[in-house]
Design a protein. Structure first.
Length: 227
């Protein structure tokens, strides 16, 4: 993963001061945002492009994650669930799933050696609330899938004929769709390229880019376009 966690409790909360903290450590080249290792952005929500008088500052850790690592991770995930789609011997299924799990663990270990950047960005209350809800809903389906898979009905907590297998399958299915939504569709800040100590940050809303371009404190550079 990129290392970003917009659902965590904010480390610093704005108090409605008339002047926003001065931004620094970032540059805008066309529609590309380049940031130093520790950069602070103006009061513009990167996910919605909205700007309000009172916003919450979060410190986001964005890790340099090349495209080939993303492809490799999803291949491992696919290998883990591959045995579920075919008639394969149980031992072979376990072996295939184990290879996928070990590959996924290997990508996690390797990713810790990639450089990271700590960004200070502002979010609106609506953005934080909606993302927190999505995070907990996806987690809830995972818990339901685990509990139903453990056949809690046999312990007397549920009727003996309660369709646990059906609930477990549906819950895990929705959980997987939730992971796909969070990692592939839901907007988030990522970094796939790094140049001369600067990180190319992707994921900014188009409206946010427009407001960043209007920010007088942000130098607009042309040289990075040729990177």
């Amino acid at each position: 993963m990129s290392g970003e966690n917009p659902y965590a409790a904010p480390q610093t909360v704005s108090t409605g001061l008339p002047d926003a903290p001065e931004s620094f450590g970032w540059e805008l080249a066309g529609k590309r945002v380049w940031a130093e290792k520790f950069a602070q952005f103006p009061m513009v929500d990167p996910y919605s492009g909205e700007s309000e008088e009172v916003m919450t500052m979060n410190r986001l850790t964005v890790r340099h994650w090349p495209l080939w690592m993303t492809v490799l991770r999803w291949i491992c995930i696919g290998v883990i669930f591959l045995p579920l789609s075919g008639r394969i011997d149980r031992d072979l299924k376990s072996a295939i799933a184990l290879v996928g799990v070990l590959g996924l663990i290997a990508t996690m270990i390797v990713s810790t050696f990639f450089p990271i950047t700590g960004l200070k960005v502002f979010f609106t209350k609506r953005t934080l609330r909606m993302r927190a809800i999505q995070h907990w809903v996806v987690g809830a389906f995972f818990v339901v899938g685990i509990l139903s898979g453990m056949k809690v009905g046999n312990s007397g907590l549920l009727p003996s004929r309660f369709p646990l297998n059906w609930i477990s399958g549906v819950s895990f299915g929705i959980w997987i769709l939730g992971l796909i939504w969070k990692n592939l569709i839901l907007r988030r800040l990522t970094c796939r390229r790094r140049k001369d100590g600067h990180f190319e940050i992707r994921g900014f809303h188009s409206k946010a880019l427009e407001l960043l371009a209007l920010d007088k404190k942000a130098p607009v550079i042309e040289s990075a376009e040729s990177v």
